[in-house]
Design a protein around this ligand. Structure first.
Ligand code: HEM
Length: 518
């Protein structure tokens, strides 16, 4: 064909329009062959689910949770598969959760690499997770250093919440409308950045924009890329505005963090020259340097990786909680009473945060209603054969059924019951199973096993501290006559609606939150 197309003598006799048509036909044929060779095909022996007569890929993209529910009903206790933008995925019944939780042939990183395009420029925050020798620099920074420092950083979180809430939610004592997500993401970015980067960067406008926009942007860009045909992705990413944006944000972050590291290095050198010990900073820059043990790694990507793990997830959770609380306004006074009595007795201590049982229950109940119906995103680096003989082929990916709406576990499962987990915690044998940060096969909002979210203890404290400020310092309600816009779903993710608004007004807090001691 190449000979026919490009032979100069014959091309002279073929009209240019025909030559173009032949060229286009040849190109689409090549694309089709490439697409066929690289596209993932269903896993043999498992039914592929879709709803409403939709093509399986569309069914997953537009009605992910409905597709899952349909599968759970139709194939009770049996595996099935769904067609995602990056390939087919096995959905395992919940009874396999404990069997797969610690299986090191099933990798979370591997699953993320495919969904989040770790090898594309701008996606360095994902790439850094794989590149570091042990592959667990980010996980260890959170699991070991951050979690062990929780007692030490509570004071900083309280200080940051105090200043940030004042800056973001202001002092207006008349009811006024706020956009929930915009306000919450700013608060979460401030509090998280205080922990990850310390002052002054946690208040730097450019950094706050980058940390919040990158963490949202990388999800959007990945989602858009998943919908681009495989053969075109590598080229298209250079022209897609969402991918350009993440590349630009990475460049801005690089400038800011490099300058901060330089500032710290110079300060340390100055201290050493003066015969003093360099100041030790308890934040993620220092933790990552320590844990990397002198190995070269991308510090900027490391910080952005923390942003990706922490900012969007926490913002979504906090935003849902505020709407849930307003919908059940009668709970606000009880929450305030618990917060005041606990803080008066224990100050900002570990015990205090543990004793806020109603707050904890509200966080968990809101999470129950707004998390995907399947979790434990894993990639099989080797073939795994489950106890019932089900084969998970090497190179395939899976998710495990969640039981958030199982009426046997959670009676009246579609109703928000703020006391649900307070009551479950009173259960003698299983009391500890129902705290916000606890994971088990019945509640996998933070995952399960080896890869269970290491940030869950931090985020539990962060969200409680934020809620104490927001509830004691502000009254909250729906905009009169208007229910906030409903969450929407993409794949199985339940996303808070960015247009949702609430009304707030400043009130006088009963206790001075910044003077409670820790
Ligand atoms: C409400 C907020 C959050 C939710 C709902 C959430 C949820 C999750 C989930 C579902 C996983 C996967 C677990 C699995 O598959 O077994 C995960 C992993 C992870 N999360 Fe979170 N997370 C949140 C906040 C955070 C925060 C604040 C941080 C950091 C401070 C963080 C750091 C991580 C890391 C590093 C991993 C990867 C763990 C691994 O590879 O072993 N997360 N998170």
């Amino acid at each position: 064909m190449a000979h026919l197309l490009f032979n100069s003598n014959s091309s002279e006799s073929i009209p240019i329009s025909v030559q173009i048509a032949i060229g286009l036909f040849a190109l689409s044929l090549l694309a089709g062959v490439y697409s066929y060779l690289t596209s993932d095909r269903p896993i043999a022996g498992l039914p592929v689910l879709s709803v409403d007569g939709l093509k399986p890929k569309i069914s997953w993209y537009t009605k992910g949770n409905e597709t899952l529910e349909e599968g759970y009903k139709k194939y009770t206790g049996k595996p099935f598969q769904v067609a995602t933008g990056t390939g087919h995925r096995i959905i395992l019944p919940n009874r396999f959760a404990n069997e797969v939780r610690n299986d090191n042939r099933l990798s979370l990183n591997g699953a993320f690499a495919q969904d989040f395009f770790a090898h594309y420029p701008g996606f360095e925050a994902i790439k850094v997770v794989f590149e570091h020798a042990s592959n667990s620099l980010i996980q260890d920074t959170v699991r070991i250093r951050l979690t062990q420092s929780l007692g030490l950083i509570t004071g900083d979180l309280v200080e940051e919440a105090t200043d940030a809430v004042h800056d973001i939610f202001a002092e207006d004592d008349q009811w006024h409308i706020i956009n929930v997500k915009n306000h919450v993401i700013e608060l979460v970015a401030r509090m998280s950045s205080r922990t990850f980067l310390g002052k002054p960067l946690c208040r730097n406008r450019q950094w706050l924009d980058v940390t919040s926009q990158y963490s949202v942007g990388i999800f959007l860009a990945s989602r858009e890329l998943r919908n681009v045909p495989v053969f075109a992705r590598r080229v298209m990413q250079y022209f897609m505005p969402s991918c350009t944006k993440v590349r630009e944000q990475y460049a801005i972050a690089k400038g800011l963090i490099t300058a901060e590291v330089q500032r710290r290095t110079e300060a340390a050198q100055k201290a050493l020259a003066a015969g003093k010990k360099p100041a030790k900073t308890a934040d993620a820059i220092g933790w990552m340097v320590e844990l990397s043990k002198g190995k070269n790694y991308d510090l900027v990507a490391g910080q952005l990786s923390l942003s990706v793990a922490a900012i969007q997830t926490t913002t979504e959770a906090m935003s849902h909680i505020l709407v849930d609380i307003c919908e059940h306004g009668e709970i606000i006074q009880s929450l305030r009473e618990e917060i005041i009595s606990v803080l008066r007795e224990h100050g900002w201590s570990k015990v205090a945060l543990h004793q806020m049982k109603l707050v904890d229950s509200v966080l968990k109940e809101s999470q129950r209603l707004h998390r995907p119906r399947a979790n434990l995103n894993r990639y099989a680096i080797d073939e795994v054969v489950l106890s019932d003989g089900t084969k998970i082929p090497k190179g395939s990916r899976l998710l495990v059924e969640q039981r958030m709406f199982d009426p046997e576990l959670f009676p009246d499962p579609y109703t928000f019951n703020p006391y649900r987990f307070v009551e479950l915690r009173e259960h003698k044998e299983r009391g500890n199973d129902w705290q916000f940060a606890t994971v088990n096969s019945e509640f996998m909002a933070f995952g399960l096993g080896t890869h269970a979210c290491p940030g869950r203890f931090f985020v539990s404290n962060e969200m409680k501290i934020a809620l104490c400020h927001l509830l004691l310092k502000y009254d909250w309600r729906f905009v009169p006559g208007k229910r906030p816009e409903q969450p929407f779903e993409i794949e199985s993710n339940v996303l808070f609606n960015p247009s949702a608004e609430l009304q707030v007004r400043r009130r006088k807090e009963e206790v001075d939150l910044s003077a409670m001691g820790s």
